[in-house]
Design a binder for this molecule. Sequence first.
Ligand code: EPU
Length: 342
Amino acid sequence: MASSFKENHSLLKQNTFGIEMKCHYYFEFTREQELLAFFDSFSDYKKYPHFFIGSGSNLLFLNDYWDGLVLHPLVDGINKISEDKDHVYIKAGGGENWDDFVSYCVANNYGGIENLSYIPGKVGSVPVQNIGAYGVEVKDSIFAVEGFNFNSMQYEKISGQNCLFNYRDSLFKNKLKGRFIVTSVIFRLDKNPVFHLDYGQLKTETAKRGKLCAKNIRESVISIRKSKLPDYNVTGNAGSFFKNPIIDYEKSFELKKNFSKLPVYKMDDGRVKVSAGWLIEQCGWKGYREGDAGVYKNQALIIVNYGNASGHQIYELSEKIINSVMDRFSIKLEREVNVIKN
Ligand code: EPU
């Protein structure tokens, strides 16, 4: 597959919310050199704002037209680059499907990311928001991230330590926001993994399948996710719409006096993460529907598009949710999805 440049390209099929937005310019590329060649041949690109799209599983488009450039990396390939006694180092192209990569690692007994099974998206997106699920965050398996830096106009390799990973956060969402397009990720996986089973029903689900191994954990995670989360091929959504807010211990202590059932998780730094889904449910939003925008019936953290909701309608609903959680709990919810507005 070669690179391709388009004008007035529709992104309807490239975002899991299923929202129509056209962009003025669109460029997809399969090899790193093609991006450099594109910049040489299309010097006007500097006049336009740009953003990067992977599989669009964490985006909300607000308008139906974007007068800018969208870049879509499709770099593929999964290669073992080295190994030592305990670890194996695998380089995966940013355009590879994330769950196919997890499946490959599980099949080869490379441990560390089995809990992150069945998360929609491409490999290139996972470091950006440091995806996490069932007690595991991808940061612990990332050795380095490779990509193009728009500040230096060069390809660079950034070590995992320098990616400033945090809960659903990284350098690529802050200092390098919009400035670094991930083309490959190098993972460090364990040959003798320690499995993480402490989150929710994972232990009991895995026990039902017999042996404690990456394959059985992966199957359990897939079954739990299927039962709780909507399939975006059927109902548009972008996974968790909000982050779980992190608050001071003192504040959580005060809240617990009035809301004893509030689920809280202590963080390493002493602060406390609270379940946004619980807060939203308490405000009565779970299963709510307004036109084609709604709050998923099984998980209040997920906003869904039942068909023809516009980006604005979804955004408006999220504003109302933020305001009501603020009024009731004095906690400001932050959106986890990346909102693209002109
Ligand atoms: N809860 C409710 N009502 C709800 C939803 C949740 O009361 O409608 C409470 C329950 O007490 C539940 C607790 O919240 O026990 C935690 O819920 P859940 O296990 O579903 O996880 P979450 O904190 O809502 C996070 C991630 C998910 C990830 C799950 C499982 C974020 C923003 N979301 O959700 O990630 O799959 O944990 O590990 O951290 C995503 O990022 O797109 C995503 C789906």
